[in-house]
Design a protein around this ligand. Sequence first.
Ligand SMILES: Cc1ncc(COP(=O)(O)O)c(C=O)c1O
Length: 341
Amino acid sequence: MSLADVVASEARYRLAYLPTPLERMQRLTEFLGGPRLWVKRDDLTGLGLGGNKVRKLEFVMPDAIDHGADVLVTAGVAQSNSVRQIAAAAARAGMGCHVIQLTDRVDHEPVPVTRTGNAMIIPLLGASVHRMRWTGDRASAIEHTAAELAAAGRRPYVVPYGVSNPLGAIGYVAAAVELNAQFAAAGIRPRAVVHASGSGGTQAGLVVGFFEDRVHVVGVDVDAEPDRVRNDVSGIAVQMANDLELDARGVDAAIEVLDGYAGPHYAAVTDAALEAIDLGARLEGLILDPVYSAKALAAVIGMVRAGRFGPNDDVVFIHTGGAPSLLAQPDLLDRIETTHR
Ligand SMILES: Cc1ncc(COP(=O)(O)O)c(C=O)c1O
């Protein structure tokens, strides 16, 4: 069975506008003096302002429906893109959504961080938000709220942090199938596909999806925890490959998690990310966020400058979304204008 057939045999709840475009980044390519750079517009998956979780939710929602769920339970920081997309999926499916908003993971959270951008949209989508201090233990906060809802007679379904489990990761196996068709249509064989990696599901799906065709995936650590990210990617990838009855041998060795672009901690604003936001916007009309997509593009720029690719290579940056969180940090405009222009 081909990988496309494997994906097609999985239950799917359609939420995303697919395929998302694959486009040349002509002006950024010229600015950097090659290689040929491309962007995969997964910020345009559509639902609830889009992003990478919409693809994952297409494979998680059938499981929630099978379990008879009437409410989704999940967690994230105030500016979580993941939570925004989960809340939108719940709205679309006619389910409730309870969110544990983890505070204090991001150093100091000024008012805009908790009331604008994603933090504004999540309650707008109908989600109930419970604030809780970040302890590092993402899973137990979710389980606790789910147990309370069940005790109150609801039928909760837990969506893991970042929608990153073997089911959700199938969304990015499907994305790899979609990309392979776009590569064939464009007549390219990319040297690397680069994207922001945090809870690991996106990279796990891509690594499994591209394994047979040997398209190399670079996951850029945005959590300042590259070993933990790599472990999570590997665990999800191997489990998912087994579930799909694919040969998982060698998958672990194919995982590259790139260190050095997160800054000192999750959501730290780095100069390289601000430069990427500036270049993406001015040269390509792309709106990037400082926590995820800008760090991934900064890594692309850094690898190009370090000479990792040849001038005739094709390199694909996956824009995984996140722009709503940029709107919660208007002060970044001053820093971009003073430092990068
Ligand atoms: C915009 C954006 N990019 C990338 C990621 C990372 O994807 P993953 O959690 O699947 O590693 C996230 C996760 O929250 C995200 O919101």
